[in-house]
Ligand binder design. Structure first.
Ligand code: DGL
Length: 260
């Protein structure tokens, strides 16, 4: 099975990482739209064009399923790309629902890109799930740039987070939702500014499980070799060493999680 994984940049590698864990025997084409990253601070129309271009190239490359490993791209185009192609297309949305049900009397903080947060997909999700008005949200677009530049310096990132969060009483929060796939790379930084017992939730596990269930129901799984090839805008190849650096970092983050 040839699976496409698509993001504006390196954020979707956090989804690819999970996919390789749950489905190590498929073949993957990872597409990072580096010519157009970041999506989150651009106009909806511009981002939609970028997405349609990328998905057209992935379809031509023969993907049989696609993960839109980007909350922003999902917000602005998932319905329309599903209408245009007949292979399974799995999108992502901020995992607000599990976060709300995991906190009892505490609040939930959602971090995402500005475009995700102002789209009707997100506002509709909040209307449906945030019955008690317990959810706050904050755009953290700069984290996308830091991740793309492989800038994970503790002091710099935590200073940025603290500045964005000043004015919020962080002890009120029981859960933080990572509503942008780039933010997974900052899980430890985010953990360090919130109180110790705050849960950090992303949608990666659920998204991959979703895909796996669809492929299982089609009997179309476990037919590959676990090969990953990386491409950028216009289907230009990317050296795998650049991307593997990020996958190593994800492994490090996972291995150094505090005990829960
Ligand atoms: N990784 C993306 C997301 O999940 C988008 C980041 C960006 O390009 O601004 O929303």
């Amino acid at each position: 099975m040839q699976i496409g994984v698509f993001d504006s940049g390196i954020g979707g590698l956090s989804v690819l990482y999970e996919a390789l864990r749950q489905m190590p025997c498929e073949d993957y084409i990872y597409y990072a739209d580096f010519a157009n990253v970041p999506y989150g601070a651009k106009s909806r129309e511009h981002v939609r064009n970028c997405i349609f271009n990328a998905v057209r190239l992935l379809a031509m490359a023969g993907v049989e399923a696609l993960v839109v490993a980007c909350n922003t791209a999902t917000s602005v185009a998932i319905q329309d790309i599903r209408r245009a192609y007949n292979f399974p297309i799995i999108g992502m949305e901020p995992a607000v629902k599990p976060a709300v049900s995991s906190v009892s009397d505490k609040r939930v903080m959602v971090f995402a890109t500005p475009l995700t947060l102002c789209e009707s997909k997100f506002t509709g999700l909040l209307r449906q799930v945030d019955i008690n008005n317990a959810v706050d949200f904050l755009p953290l677009q700069e984290l996308v740039g830091f991740a793309e530049a492989f800038q994970f310096d503790n002091d710099m990132v935590t200073a940025y987070l603290k500045d964005r969060l000043k004015g919020y009483d962080l002890t009120q929060y029981g859960a933080v939702v990572l509503g942008c796939t780039h933010f997974r790379f900052f899980e430890n930084h985010i953990r360090s500014v919130f109180p110790e017992n705050t849960t950090i939730i992303d949608g990666n596990f659920g998204t991959v499980q979703n895909l796996k269930n669809i492929l299982l129901s089609q009997g179309n799984i476990f037919h590959g070799s676990g090969k990953v090839t990386y491409f950028t805008s216009g289907m230009q190849p990317i050296p795998s060493t650049k991307m593997e650096r990020y996958l190593h970092l994800l492994r490090y983050i996972e291995n150094n999680k505090p005990e829960s």
